[in-house]
Design a protein around this ligand. Structure first.
Ligand SMILES: [Zn+2]
Length: 408
């Protein structure tokens, strides 16, 4: 049985979601559990009303939209992604995976096709981790990689907890987060890199992910006056952090092409114009396709921190608060995606995801796989993030064909 997705409807839906939380440069900003995140979720629900789906939500806000199977006791085939974005978000990261899943359900509905197994479309909470760390929070709690209580207690930079944000955004559902007995999980996503475009690939078969290690550093010196305090007496946490940032960049350059490292977030106290800073917090991560190399990058980071600490007489606290990967996705699902793409005369290429995705967590729950569509110029987490309507349609079509085979 084959049926076609509606490329225009998919594109129109992506553009409709993009108008919620628009940024001046043409991108989207929907931080997790913000009013605009809730608005995008509400629009998804409105669309789903027409499809006769059962909506369920768990206590971390994950959304599950279930389409009945002719054998409704069969394990469901699940798919989706996330609607939240980073502050400088584009229109496609995450959104494509959710709306490609919606397009699968709409196409089946329009064609009057019933599957044997039920289908579940999922929107995971706080995939990006921009507002509340760690990233992939909803799927993490679902997969019991983190407890619900720990997640609820996490606060954003303004002291609002996940629990408060879930309540005020109306996203605290009644279900206890836990695996739902799915037979498998599929996620369609934009590549967010330049490889597919450079190699003329239509569909990326994601075979696994890098190994990433995340750190929150607190650098503590001593407050002093910018005038009278001579340079030799200073214990400047901000200057020490400047050295750390450059050390991280050096570690990343040394790990190319398969490794990356970044310092991305900084908080500085007292952040006052007449003060030598005494507390600076820095967020950073190291990652590599080969896990031992990522661990070696961490060792290099710790060595650099030790040297800076001694030379600058500051204290450095290292909180290695989370990791992800390396993940190997299910090979038979990967083979099926490859076969379905080939049947549509689409070119494929095996790929390793450099970014974290909800699928990393779900791979521990049930057989999981991801497919990529190209990102124009490899630009992402940027308003200029773009994939063509045709590229997106191809990804959604392969998702539909694969779901149909899996769900019977
Ligand atoms: Zn994403």
């Amino acid at each position: 049985m084959t049926t076609s997705i509606d490329a225009d409807r998919l594109w129109q839906s992506i553009m409709d979601i993009a108008r919620i939380g628009p940024t001046p440069e043409g991108g989207s900003c929907r931080l997790a559990l913000s009013p605009v995140d809730a608005e995008a979720r509400a629009l998804l629900l409105r669309w789903c009303e027409k499809l006769n789906l059962r909506f369920e939500q768990d206590a971390i806000g994950n959304m599950f939209l279930r389409r009945k199977g002719s054998d409704d006791t069969a394990p469901a085939v699940a798919f989706g992604s996330h609607l939240d974005t980073v502050p400088t978000g584009g229109r496609f990261d995450g959104v494509f995976g959710v709306l490609a899943g919606l397009e699968v359900l709409r196409s089946l509905d329009a064609a009057g096709i019933a599957t044997r197994a039920p289908l579940e479309l999922v929107n995971w909470t706080n995939e990006e981790g921009s507002r509340f760390r760690p990233a992939m929070m909803g799927s993490r709690v679902h997969a019991a990689d983190m407890s619900l209580a720990d997640a609820l207690a996490i606060t954003d930079d303004h002291g609002t907890s996940v629990q408060q944000a879930l309540r005020t955004s109306g996203q605290a559902g009644p279900l206890t987060p836990s695996p739902r007995g799915w037979s498998c999980w599929l996620e369609a996503h934009i590549e967010q890199g330049p490889i597919m475009e450079a190699t003329g690939t239509d569909i990326g078969i994601v075979t696994g992910t890098m190994h990433a290690r995340y750190f929150q550093l607190t650098i503590t010196g001593e407050p002093s006056h910018v005038g009278p305090t001579t340079m030799d007496r200073r214990r400047d946490s901000l200057a020490a952090t400047a050295e750390i940032i450059l050390a991280i960049e050096r570690i990343a350059h040394a790990a190319e092409p398969l490794g990356r490292a970044s310092a991305t977030w900084i908080e500085n106290y007292p952040n006052a114009r007449g003060n030598v800073a005494n507390i600076t917090r820095l967020h950073c991560d190291v990652r590599h396709e080969q896990a031992p190399r990522a661990i070696a990058m961490e060792a290099a980071l710790r060595e650099a921190l030790n040297a800076i600490k001694v030379r600058r007489r500051v204290a450095i606290d290292i909180d290695p608060y989370t990791t992800f990967g390396p993940t190997a996705f299910d090979q038979s699902l990967g083979n099926l995606l490859r076969r379905k793409a080939a049947a549509r005369q689409l070119t494929t290429r095996d790929m390793i995801a450099a970014a974290g995705h909800d699928s990393v967590l779900i791979a521990a729950v049930c057989p999981s796989a991801m497919l990529f569509v190209p990102s124009v110029d490899g630009i992402t987490h940027n308003p200029r993030e773009y994939s063509t309507p045709e590229q997106l349609a191809r990804g959604a079509q392969v998702l539909l064909d694969t779901v149909l085979e899996l769900a019977g």
